[in-house]
Write a protein that binds this ligand. Structure first.
Ligand code: GLA
Ligand code: ZN
Length: 682
């Protein structure tokens, strides 16, 4: 069994990407002195250093990296050593221009940035294996080595290459997957628009076409591109395992969908020894801490609930969004510790020292351009002390209350063109349901639709357009066994090839939901419908009669066993069911066929939570995040006050507050913006 925690790290990881090659050696000594001041315990080194390590083909220059690793070791800093395969040198591309990836429109990308890689290119594969082997042979026994950081963010900036070599590989992948071209014709529905193939050789990547291309082809290409990248990761990983046994291998994920949606992290989570994630706040006006919590929960989930590692986030602003605000005082610590609360065994940043040159010089860093006489630096030093005080949290697991289903294949299918309404944004639904659960102070695990769900009292399915029959059976078994399920519209529509399931919608979810959907009727822009409690029906649900509001989508739902809880008050579907509940076996399955506002979602989830016997956490103030980690070293209650007012949080048990060193008895008082971590007694 490979190791799963960074070697030699006794507490949490605190540090960031260290790029000393951007600085004269005189600066390195200042770096390590300041690292000690900040309490840095681990750094990622060498992620983009290929051109310096191998300045000419076959000529290696490891001296500078030897000195960096020695210096860090002397200063007690552990190293996550990068394999620099995301940035091959200029000489490599001169010799092998075909290694540059090609876009769907045929444009070949140029050298001069990073991540310009065609993952099927044979020369790239050989060169990547070679530099990885050299690094492993040289540093396997270096005392600073704690972790291998393979590549960088597979899937961005290029999610798929459309070159001729990839076309050949795609054909091979298809013939392995389908065996016969007839099976492919059937699965892809090539009878439509005369797309029938007589041979695998006739198939190309889904390059630019005059109008919409075959959706199943596009979906398979995403699977193929993902699998090809993963092969390159596992090739490097296997070299490292062989040459450096005992050192875990990771690569930095980006589970926040808006940052990388092109890899299936369920599959990747199984391949790494330790799940690591990068997370950057998207500052588009929404509540960034909710988005952060969602990404952290998703990361923990792809790690199977095990501790993971936040390998990058920002001390303050980033530099690649349209507007890049600085973080507010205290926000960095709230962000870092929220990741820790949700399972990260550390808090690391991009990057240690802010660059003076290059594309990311406006991106914040632990040591800002302003130097040590700065707010960011003072907060970094303070955070270092907090992270140090949380050493015992390491290895414990975050406790989740409910599950939300998530599947990248369904996400990819939902992103295909020509759908009933462009206003239906599956990501928006996932965010909205997550936010509603967050606001009820429920910690969410994400689960694959075919995973065992029996541990969760409540499972929420915000948008699962692609639902396999196995997933349908799984949900039926879950509900029959006593679970409570909430499904939102446009779920259960297609199979793994983007073909509509046989029989009426929602295919494999018909039985569990006790209904069929006769027709979709999306609304026009800005149209809204009232969703009314059905007169005469009085389900055992709490709350006063309220009129809920829907927009974007409505459906003609025909109950077939389900009871109608709410009906549409307006529009084409007026009088038809809008929200239903189906009692099945020991459990119940709710369905909502319109896009409810956040208030409507809260009401719906309140009804479902009652069914699931999840007591409301009314004692917890709004905008206070409360998350628990538990394990051999104890139970730790993380409390984060995102509000600008004082908050009081009752405790089930007294304990020691680890950041202030104070005792906490029955109630924890938090000033605005504060974070507290209580190790509960017992
Ligand atoms: C990504 C990369 C880093 C850096 C940061 C900040 O996460 O991995 O190298 O570019 O973004 O933009
Ligand atoms: Zn290619």
């Amino acid at each position: 069994m490979p190791e799963t925690t960074p070697k030699g790290l006794t507490g949490l990881a605190f540090g960031g990407d260290y790029n000393p090659e951007q600085w004269p050696q005189s600066v390195w000594h200042e770096d390590v002195r300041l690292m000690r001041e900040a309490g840095v315990t681990m750094l990622s080194v060498g992620v983009f250093s290929w051109a310096l390590l191998e300045p000419e083909p076959g000529t290696y220059a490891f001296g500078w990296l030897d000195r960096v690793l020695d210096l860090l070791h002397e200063n007690g800093v552990r190293v996550a050593l990068g394999t620099p395969t995301v940035a091959p040198p200029a000489w490599f591309y001169r010799a092998h221009p075909d290694a540059l990836p090609v876009a769907a429109d045929g444009t070949r990308y140029e050298f001069g940035s990073r991540g310009a890689i065609c993952h099927s290119n044979a020369e790239y594969r050989t060169a990547a294996a070679d530099i990885t082997t050299r690094l492993a042979m040289r540093y396997a026994d270096h005392p600073a080595l704690a972790l291998w950081h393979v590549h960088n963010e597979y899937g961005v900036p290029v999610s798929a290459c459309y070159c001729e070599s990839c076309a050949v590989w795609f054909r091979r992948w298809l013939s392995r997957t389908y065996q016969t071209v007839d099976a492919l014709n059937e699965a892809w529905g090539t009878a439509f628009w005369g797309q029938r193939y007589a041979d695998f050789d006739q198939i190309n990547p889904p390059r630019v076409t005059p109008t919409v291309g075959n959706p199943a082809q596009a979906l398979d290409y995403r699977r193929f591109a993902d699998a090809t990248m993963r092969e390159n990761f596992t090739a490097e990983r296997d070299i490292l395992h062989r040459l450096a046994p005992g050192i875990p291998v990771t690569t930095n994920f980006m589970t926040a969908l808006s940052q990388c949606d092109s890899v299936d992290y369920w599959a990747w989570g199984r391949e790494v020894d330790l799940v690591a994630n990068d997370h950057y706040l998207i500052t588009d006006g929404r509540r960034t801490h909710v988005n952060l919590a969602m990404a952290a929960d998703l990361t923990r989930s792809v790690a199977g609930g095990a501790p993971w590692l936040l390998l990058e986030h920002a001390t303050s602003g980033v530099s690649w969004q349209p507007r890049n605000p600085a973080k507010a005082p205290g926000q960095m610590a709230r962000n870092s510790l929220a990741h820790v609360a949700r399972g990260s065994d550390g808090a690391m940043f991009f990057q240690w020292r802010q660059s003076r040159r290059g594309a990311e010089k406006f991106h914040s860093a632990m040591l800002p351009h302003a130097g040590t006489d700065s707010r960011v630096w003072r907060e970094v030093v303070e955070l270092g002390a907090s992270v140090d005080a949380l050493a015992q949290v390491r290895g414990t697991r975050t406790v989740a209350d409910v599950a939300m289903l998530w599947d990248w294949h369904s996400w990819w299918a939902q992103s295909l063109q020509w759908r009933p309404s462009e206003d239906h944004d599956p990501r928006e639904r996932a965010d909205a349901f997550y936010e509603a659960l967050y606001d009820r102070h429920l910690t969410v695990d994400f689960a694959h639709p075919e995973a065992d769900l029996s541990a969760y009292p409540l499972v929420v399915v915000p948008a699962l357009y692609l639902t396999t029959s196995a997933a349908g059976d799984n949900l039926k078994e879950y509900v029959a066994g006593g679970g409570t399920l909430v499904v939102s519209y446009f779920s259960g529509i297609v199979d793994e090839h983007d073909a509509l399931h046989e029989g009426p919608h929602p295919g494999p979810l018909r039985d569990v939901l006790g209904l069929t959907v006769e027709e979709f009727s999306p609304l026009l822009k800005d149209d809204r419908v009232r969703v009314l409690r059905t007169p005469g029906r009085s389900p055992a649900v709490a709350g006063e009669d309220r009129e809920l509001i829907g927009d974007v989508w409505t459906e003609f739902v025909v109950p077939r066993g389900a009871e109608t809880i709410c009906t549409y008050g307006d529009g084409l579907t007026a009088g038809h069911p809008a929200i239903t509940r189906h009692r099945l076996g020991q459990g119940s399955a709710w369905y909502v066929s319109t896009r409810l506002t956040s208030r409507g979602l809260d009401t719906l989830l309140g009804w479902a939570a009652d069914d699931a016997r999840i007591a409301p956490r009314a004692e917890l103030p709004p905008e206070v995040e409360v998350v628990r980690r538990t394990g051999e070293s104890g139970t730790f209650l993380f409390v984060i006050n995102h509000a600008a007012t004082d908050a009081k949080v009752p405790l089930d048990a007294p304990g020691a507050e680890l950041l202030t060193g104070e005792r906490a008895a029955t109630c924890l008082a938090l000033p605005p913006g504060a974070v507290r971590v209580v190790r509960l007694d017992g």
